[in-house]
Design a protein around this ligand. Structure first.
Ligand SMILES: *Cc1c(COP(=O)(O)O)cnc(C)c1O
Length: 401
């Protein structure tokens, strides 16, 4: 179909597109229907009920009793919000190079005028808690104001164990804030804002929360709120105080993304109906089956630490001389399957399978089937047997057991 504005929509391919990138993820029908309502007056009484319901419900997903603010913004906005609400120009922050998202967060911090100590990494491991400990021990003057960690590094498929970071901060008796990016893990990977002593947790709508892009979040500790009183980085749109003042009555300081909030209300219900432990176990099991498939193909997972392999996505390393992007192009053209591209330092060296969000055993097998065929068509040296290994894992394990 050729539209009058020149946009060419090719005839619709039958069946569902497999959107198996690690975000945006597939939006379930229940959420699509929940958003398909007229937009209402965001200062009216009906909105107040919605605002109160989502602002209170979302705390359960972060596992916090404290406030969570919701921005009409992508995850990047919530990164910025976390920094500008807690820090002052020239402050030092400690970050770890786990991959491309950690690198982007670092660049954002530098543009805001922060001084970043960046602990280098090889993009195959999680945050190095020992290196953080060494920096904190050397920082006797407490120049470091925040430690920033990406919980699930979406470019590599490696998680970081946040309680280890909290422990080394406590052992050093260091007063820095702990800021954690859970944009691709919230609602997929076990995460506990309060219990783990995190000061600001950053999240987005389009990954584990199964929503379209357009919402992002800051969960805020009492310590972070207090730090905000002294923080001098300029902030207007992102100001927590404006948000919290309006949120106290279920409202927002400016026009919220009303229809996305309808969807968020539904997403919270879906996650709580399944139960967070069940949601986390489901993601673990699908990640294990995916890694079994990769082993079956005789290929290598980018994550070098099996204990930290991401439950949300798997990055697969290409044998030398083979292009990951060629595999992805074939998967899309032949099988209507979108796979995640390699980012930054691993461009064309890896492709990523997103197995998070609205996902089940047969979605996984369809995805892995498409990957196996695309690898074969791309001429990547591999063994048959990946799908068999994944099916064996899924047959041998019970969902939720
Ligand atoms: C997707 C992602 C981001 C960026 O979020 P946007 O919504 O694209 O701004 C940041 N960090 C992580 C870990 C991500 O997965």
């Amino acid at each position: 179909m050729k539209l009058s504005n020149g946009l060419n929509l090719n005839s619709h391919p039958s069946g569902r597109h497999f959107l198996q990138i690690p975000g945006p993820t597939n939006v379930p029908d229940r959420i699509l229907r929940a958003m398909d309502y007229p937009t209402i007056d965001h200062r009216g009484p009906e909105f107040q009920q919605l605002g109160r319901a989502v602002l209170s419900g979302i705390r359960q997903i972060f596992q916090t009793e404290g406030p969570v603010v919701i921005y009409p913004a992508s995850g990047t906005g919530a990164w910025e919000a976390a920094l500008v609400n807690t820090l002052s120009p020239g402050d030092t922050v400690l970050m770890c190079e786990t991959g491309q998202f950690a690198t982007l967060w670092k660049r954002l911090a530098e543009r805001l005028g922060l001084r970043v100590i960046f602990i280098e990494g090889d993009w195959r491991h999680g945050t190095d808690a020992q290196a953080i400990a060494a920096h904190l021990a050397a920082d006797t003057g407490h120049a470091i104001r925040a430690v920033c960690v990406v919980h699930n590094e979406t470019s590599t498929g490696v998680t970081s164990w946040v309680p280890d970071v909290r422990r080394v901060m406590d052992e050093a008796a260091h007063p820095a804030l702990l800021l954690v990016d859970t944009i691709s893990s919230l609602g997929s990977v076990d995460y506990r804002h309060d219990e783990w002593g995190v000061d600001v947790t950053i999240a987005g709508s389009q990954k584990g929360l199964m929503l379209p892009p357009g919402l992002s979040f800051n969960a805020i500790s009492a310590k972070a709120l207090k730090a905000g009183e002294q923080a001098r980085l300029p902030r207007a749109y992102w100001d927590w105080q404006d948000m919290l003042t309006s949120n106290a009555n279920g409202y927002f300081p400016y026009t919220p993304a009303t229809n996305l909030l309808y969807g968020l209300h539904e997403a919270i219900s879906m996650l709580l109906e399944e139960g967070l432990p069940g949601v986390f176990a489901r993601h673990q099991r699908h990640a294990q089956a995916t890694r079994a498939a990769v082993r079956g193909w005789g290929l290598e997972v980018l994550c070098a630490d099996p204990a930290l392999a991401s439950p949300a996505l798997t990055a697969i390393l290409m044998p030398a001389g083979h292009s990951a992007d060629a595999v992805r192009r074939i998967a899309l053209a032949r099988f209507n399957l979108s796979l995640g591209q390699g980012l930054g330092k691993v461009t064309d060296k890896v492709f990523r399978i997103g197995h998070l969000g609205d996902f089940n055993d047969l979605t996984l097998l369809g995805t892995l089937g498409g990957v196996e065929m695309a690898l074969g068509l791309a001429g990547v040296p591999m063994q048959a047997g990946g799908i068999q290994a994944a099916m064996a894992h899924l047959s041998a394990t019970q969902p939720g057991a």
